[in-house]
Design a protein around this ligand. Structure first.
Ligand SMILES: Cc1cc2nc3c(=O)[nH]c(=O)nc-3n(C[C@H](O)[C@H](O)[C@H](O)COP(=O)(O)O)c2cc1C
Length: 358
């Protein structure tokens, strides 16, 4: 079966076509990766490629409690434990850089930080803080041109630190309503300058970040995750969505980026991600595509054999089954994920899912 065969992603040799999708797990006490996290990723190292949970490139980008960062020395040292553990097992691992932008709260942030976004538009609803429970989302500050430049530099510095910490590459989180997506989407971007308005302008931030990170660590170590038709975190399906992503994918292709990772959360009740937009992205990009969302072995194999994706990502199945590759290969039953422990601190629901006897 193709899915279990080796694959060359750029010049990175993967043991199979299975990717562990990025999943925030909120186990990083003080925002520093720790031994427990190293064990969690080590247990899942049979994936062809692991993409870590979303990691803050800077203190301004750290909006959730207990998510890890990669902007100080303690965090670099913590991540070294993770990358070593995965590499010892023969796996490969990319870090997902997630600047949360307006999906944030000062209670979750360090002193002297700012909640930044393309426009001063707060989100509806509330978010969890460890110190005060649920809190209304604050109105973010509209980023100045200087903020934009400095934030892009933060992605660059974080990417360099990620390579220093032993990562095989970097995935830019351009999906699910976080900062890069906040620029792309008309719900959160009402800017009048060169970063707002036309789709070219709304893609500018993503493209500049991708370009600068590629220049710093190599385009062949830089991927990006995108969520066309995504509505999570108050995003909207805007006019011209397909053309926007077609344009963005084409420009990312010109930068020789390693891959585009396409999110499809329709199996969880999110809007349909039309095949038309997926094929536009694929054709326009012309390089590797990671397909994700609601996959099982059969769907994943079909994607690979129909050439709709080069790699296939599994989220919850990997969360609940550290030995997912072995179980799929041998048609063994899968554990169900325990939603209650997705984001709780500690070992429960993290490193204690049972594995199949070998
Ligand atoms: C607990 C949890 C945390 C997640 N955190 C992230 C994240 O940090 N970054 C991201 O891009 N997607 C995140 N996702 C989305 C997953 O990467 C994936 O797209 C989603 O789970 C659908 O795939 P699945 O049906 O195989 O689970 C998360 C999903 C779950 C279940």
């Amino acid at each position: 079966m193709k899915i279990f065969n080796q694959y060359k992603l750029g010049d990175i040799k993967l043991n199979n076509h299975l990717v562990m999708a990025p999943m925030t797990r909120s186990r990083a006490i003080d925002n520093i990766p720790n031994d427990l996290m190293a064990e969690y990723y080590r247990l899942r190292a049979a994936a062809g490629l692991i993409i870590t949970e979303g990691v803050a490139p800077s203190a301004n980008g750290l909006g959730y409690p207990r998510i890890p960062g990669i902007y100080n020395q303690a965090q670099i040292e913590g991540w070294k434990k993770v990358t070593d553990a995965v590499h010892v097992e023969g796996g490969k691992i990319f870090i997902q850089l997630m600047h949360t932008g307006r999906v944030s709260h000062p209670e979750n942030m360090e002193p002297n930080t700012r909640v930044l976004a393309p426009s001063a538009i707060g989100m509806s609803g509330e978010m969890w803080t460890d110190s005060k429970g649920k809190q209304a989302y604050p109105e973010p500050l509209e980023m100045t041109l200087l903020d934009i430049e400095q934030t892009q530099e933060e992605y660059v510095e974080a990417s360099k630190k990620a390579i220093e910490a032993g990562f095989d590459g970097v995935e830019l989180h351009g999906a699910n309503g976080y900062l890069i997506d906040q620029f792309i989407n008309t719900a959160s971007n009402k800017r009048q300058d060169e970063y707002g308005g036309s789709s070219e302008n709304r893609c500018r931030f993503a493209l500049e970040v991708a370009n600068k990170v590629s220049q710093a660590i190599g385009a062949q170590r830089t991927g990006i995750r995108l969520s066309p038709y995504g509505v999570f975190n108050d995003m909207e399906i805007f006019e011209g969505v397909e053309e926007t992503y077609e344009y963005l994918a084409g420009e990312l292709g010109k930068l020789n980026l390693l891959y585009i990772h396409i999110v499809d959360h329709s199996s969880q009740g999110a809007p349909e991600v039309k095949e038309s937009v997926k094929s536009k992205i694929r054709d326009s990009f012309g390089r590797d595509i990671i397909a994700s969302g609601g996959l099982d072995r059969e769907k994943a194999e079909n994607i690979l054999s129909d050439d709709r994706g080069d790699l296939v990502a599994f989220g919850q199945a990997f969360l609940a089954n550290p030995d997912l590759v072995y179980k799929l290969e041998n048609d063994l039953p899968l554990n169900n994920p325990d939603f209650d422990t997705f984001y709780t601190p500690g070992e429960k629901g993290y490193v204690d899912y049972p594995m199949a006897p070998k």
